[in-house]
Ligand binder design. Structure first.
Ligand code: UD1
Length: 422
């Protein structure tokens, strides 16, 4: 198991490039199931989550791999095993987004129910309800979802909103099922996240007929079949936001390239409110902080609201603000595993239900801490850059799921992080 030893405080300054989006890549890889043949996807990051998903596609019968230039291919000419094994789904919940495309392509799918995870219970009731609305018969058997539609799926008007708003992977699943359904499907209260826009654009390039892309009302005219495709995924807005916080928390100056500010307006707004300068620059932006971090209140919300995937990183930043801040988690109300770890680093955080009251402190101090999930680990890395002393972060495999060689890339802009195997 690897650990990070991070010496602080440092200032991160220089130029850093954002990779392709993990959360766009996963459903787009699943879309490869729909276009029988060889699809090529560009800019997919080299991450353990991508490897796990490749393994899953391989088990279905697809041929998958990387070209010499790094492009990723999925050859779905033959899918002989529409089965998502527990052993893979338990490692990565996003595996559940093979359900929709498998059902559309094969008329049957058997996929393990994902369990809970460090950020909460994470039900999939909306995915299943949506597929049932399209005419699938769904039964749960021995921890597996058995979905069948031997005579195909039929378009329908479906409301996809739940207690916490729209669902990202639920929208992806229903969208990928609906593109091959007979007739028209309307998904009302669809997720509007840029990753869903990217998936819909990819599906349209494959021959799907989707309108309303980027809005909460997706209208899909079912087609007979989709073609394989060549498609490049968008940059990762969560990685970009993490780098923005790295510049902000260390008082550095970072030029972030391959970053679409238009997808990040809520994040930019909160950074500016906290006293951080974010200036548009060619293909990205420049982030600097000269003065104090100002206190600020943050509510996480579905897009275009502030993303839950940057909540932990902002908590690290606001720990060092002048004054008190309140962070309310409205997407995953239990997503606060990082609170106790940041407090070990001398932050002053108090959890009250789905809110955390952040009392700003003058400095963070290094401590041994434990990474609990992907974004919580990113928050610990950011806190460690600003903290006095050497922070040791255990279980960094969580961070490897979503950030490619994070230590090498941050070291190039002034961090002092070493990875050790223990
Ligand atoms: C995706 C992202 C994840 C991000 C999250 C919210 C990927 C691979 N993961 O996860 O990084 O944090 O969106 O932006 O893209 N819900 C239900 N019933 C359902 C489905 C969801 O009640 O059937 C609830 C969830 O518990 C949560 C909320 O809806 O409270 C949003 O979850 P959802 O958008 O589905 O998250 P994911 O798509 O799993």
């Amino acid at each position: 198991m690897d650990i990070f030893c991070i010496d602080g405080p440092v200032q991160v300054s220089g130029t850093i490039r954002v990779n392709g989006s993990k959360n766009a890549s996963l459903p787009i890889m699943a879309a490869g199931i729909l276009g029988a043949g060889r699809s090529v996807f560009k800019s997919l990051p080299f991450l353990s989550d991508i490897s796990v998903f490749s393994e899953l596609l391989g088990q279905l019968g697809c041929k998958v791999g990387r070209e010499q230039n790094g492009d990723f291919f999925v050859d779905s000419s033959s899918i002989d095993n529409p089965f998502g094994d527990y052993d893979i789904v338990r490692r990565m919940r996003a595996s559940v987004c093979i359900l929709g495309p498998l059902l559309a392509r094969c008329g049957r799918a058997e996929v393990s129910m994902p369990g809970g995870c460090a950020i909460g219970v994470r039900p999939i009731n909306l995915h299943l309800r949506g597929l049932r609305e399209l005419g699938a018969e769904i039964n749960l058997k021995n921890g597996y979802i058995v979905a069948e539609a031997p005579r195909g799926l039929e378009g329908k008007e479906i409301f996809m909103g739940g207690a916490f708003g729209s669902t990202v992977l639920g929208t992806a699943n229903i969208l990928m099922a609906a593109v091959l359904a007979k007739g028209r499907t309307v998904i009302e209260s669809a997720a509007c996240e840029p990753e869903i826009v990217d998936l819909a654009n990819c599906l349209n390039k494959m021959g799907a007929k989707i309108r309303g892309i980027g809005s909460p009302r997706l209208i899909i005219e079912g087609v007979q079949g989709l073609e394989p495709v060549e498609y490049g995924v968008i940059p990762d807005r969560i990685e970009a936001g993490t780098f923005m916080v790295a510049a902000a928390i260390t008082g550095g100056e970072l030029r972030i390239v391959n970053c679409r500010l238009n997808d990040m307006m809520a994040v930019v707004d909160k950074l500016r409110g906290a006293g951080v300068s974010v200036e548009p620059a060619e293909n990205g932006c420049v982030v600097t902080r000269d003065g104090n971090v100002n206190n600020s209140d943050v509510n996480t919300l579905p897009y275009p609201g502030f993303p839950t995937d940057l909540q932990a990183q902002f908590m690290a930043l606001l720990s060092l603000a002048k004054g008190n801040s309140v962070i309310i988690e409205k997407v995953f109300p239990d997503r606060f595993m990082h609170v106790a770890e940041l407090n070990r680093m001398s932050a002053n955080l108090r959890k009250e239900g789905s809110a955390v009251i952040v009392s700003g402190v003058d400095k963070l101090i290094a401590a041994p801490v434990m990474a609990s999930d992907l974004r919580a680990s990113a928050a610990l890395v950011l806190a460690a850059l600003a903290a006095e002393g050497t922070t040791v972060i255990n279980r960094v495999y969580h961070i490897d799921r979503g950030y490619e060689r994070i230590e090498e890339r941050l070291n190039e802009v002034g961090a002092r992080i070493t990875r050790q195997s223990i």
